[in-house]
Design a protein around this ligand. Structure first.
Ligand code: ZN
Length: 97
């Protein structure tokens, strides 16, 4: 079997399926400035999830479920943590698609 156009998922579709790191950094900067932040997909207000134990943050759209990966904040900027180290609410379910 050969799949056509073997490119992995890329951003470039209308309404990117995931937040890019740049988008997250922008949203975070706005959030810290005291602004309300909106989901880039549907313009609904986004909520901030906080993992106090891991000192990690995550932006989640309450409408469509679009969510950033967990990230920590450092003086140098945001540090993304791909695998959630401490929480795993849906073990067994595929997180995306
Ligand atoms: Zn949304």
């Amino acid at each position: 079997m050969s799949e056509q156009g073997g490119a992995a998922d890329r951003e470039g579709r209308e309404g990117s399926p995931h937040l890019s790191h740049a988008q997250i950094a922008q949203l975070w900067a706005k959030f810290r400035a005291g602004d309300v932040i909106y989901c880039p997909r549907d313009s609904i207000g986004m909520a901030l999830a906080v993992d106090g134990a891991a000192k990690a943050y995550r932006l989640v759209c309450t409408q469509c479920g679009l969510a950033s990966p967990w990230f920590g904040t450092t003086p140098a900027g945001l540090v993304f943590r791909s695998p959630p180290a401490t929480v795993n609410p849906n073990a067994g379910n595929s997180p995306d698609e």
